[in-house]
Design a protein around this ligand. Structure first.
Ligand SMILES: [Zn+2]
Ligand SMILES: [Zn+2]
Length: 413
């Protein structure tokens, strides 16, 4: 499960039409031929299809599957369990089609759905949330329970269309093999809402809205950097929106890489947790509460980069308990930066999980977690300097170590 392959996608440069192969996590695309940059924008999620090998003149039917790839954390009375998931499930219930795409989404080159694709695209009617609930209901049967809280932190959510055609049976057009026995009654496509493909991938220009310079980033970056005016931008449906950035400076820029973190301000109800003094109390930190701490705000922290689930949790807790705040400088750091490839929306999904792991004694978590609500209000992107050591990246001020392998391998998650 852990060594999931990054799916490959056939693509064409929107500028010159040159073919290109993308990875599932690619966002910033630079054409090898015309060198033009473009940013791939999803409208809520990407829609892919599996290529078919059907005989000519078959009317193709595309059946939709939700695909979720990410981390699942389950809070149990004796701790938090984690699991990496890569699952696909029918996006509408039907007995005629397979329940999932199986391993194919990993083994085959996908394509983006585009208006030129011929075929009937069945409309998904099961919302993603419901699909996930059904999946978790089955998955949780094998958990030692009771499950007090669960969060899935998605690195990608997409819709995959798989091709079929119908004769006496329903034929899988990828393998040209029947998926069912002979049909008792004629298959009526009109029972399924749908129609021709009406979706296409969107590109947005990657120019800095402030100064017109070309924005930079690694191919999987979710936040782009203007090296000219030192600003950070998040591509969105409305275009580029500015991201507020800060960093902790270091005198030792040479051997340093800045790792990005989301710092999130959120209101917690169901627990007295308004100030840093409250945080020290609920987490039972070995610190004497200092004057003024009852008026000092505290923040949730979490990595803004992909990392293995175990490290994700450890880092999230460690950095939240550390509350870096002294001498943050409100601008982009000058040294080398690790790309932001975990969106703030997913970091927000981890807030309650973060809290669940901090509460001491642990019994409090069991008693109170169901009543606790966390409502995020604003966020800041903070870069913290890490020293490059032999195997690890080390943050000397807060004593955090990140294994470089965990970071490198996470590119495939
Ligand atoms: Zn091109
Ligand atoms: Zn600029």
């Amino acid at each position: 499960m852990e060594n999931t392959i990054n799916i490959l996608i056939d693509h064409q440069c929107p500028q010159c039409g040159a073919p290109a192969a993308l990875c599932e996590t690619d966002r910033l695309f630079q054409c090898a031929f015309c060198k033009v940059n473009s940013y791939l924008m999803e409208r809520s999620y990407f829609r892919y299809l599996l290529p078919h090998h059907a005989p000519e003149n078959q009317d193709l039917i595309y059946f939709p599957y939700w695909r979720f790839k990410g981390m699942l954390f389950s809070c149990l009375p004796d701790g938090i369990q984690h699991r990496f998931l890569d699952v696909s499930q029918q996006a509408l219930p039907s007995v005629h089609f397979p329940l999932s795409v199986g391993l194919r989404s990993q083994a085959m080159k996908l394509r983006f759905v585009s208006p030129e694709t011929k075929g009937y695209f069945i409309k998904p009617t099961l919302p993603f949330r419901q699909m996930m609930e059904r999946f978790l209901t089955r998955f949780n049967r094998n958990m030692p329970g009771p499950i007090l809280h669960q969060s899935h932190i998605g690195e990608s959510l997409s819709l995959i269309y798989s091709p079929f055609y119908v004769g006496k049976r329903i034929i899988d057009a990828v393998l040209n093999q029947p998926t069912s026995g002979e049909l008792d009654e004629p298959f009526e496509l009109s029972r399924f809402a749908g129609g021709p493909a009406d979706w296409c991938i969107q590109f947005i220009p990657t120019l800095c809205p402030d100064c017109g310079w070309d924005l930079q980033g690694r191919r999987d970056a979710l936040v782009l950097h203007c090296k000219n005016c030192q600003s950070m931008w998040q591509p969105s449906k409305q275009g580029m929106s500015r991201v507020n950035v800060a960093h902790l400076p270091t005198p030792e820029e040479e051997n340093t890489i800045y790792l990005p973190f989301w710092r999130i301000k959120a209101d917690v109800t169901g627990l007295d947790l308004d100030s840093y003094a409250d945080l020290v109390k609920v987490a039972n930190l070995p610190k004497a509460i200092q004057p003024g701490w009852d008026r000092t705000p505290w923040y949730f922290w979490g990595p803004a980069f992909k990392i293995r689930p175990r490290s994700f949790l450890r880092l999230t807790h460690h950095i939240t308990l550390s509350q870096p705040r002294s001498s943050l400088i409100a601008r982009v750091p000058k040294g080398s930066m690790h790309p932001v490839n975990l969106p703030v929306s997913e970091s927000v999904e981890a807030l309650k999980l973060n809290l669940a792991g901090l509460l001491r004694p642990k019994k409090i978590m069991e008693d109170r977690i169901a009543d606790i609500r966390v409502k995020p209000s604003r966020y800041l992107l903070v870069y913290l300097p890490f020293e490059k050591r032999h195997h690890d990246l080390v943050q000397p001020t807060y004593h955090i170590a990140v294994n470089q392998n965990q970071l490198g391998l996470a590119g495939n998650l």
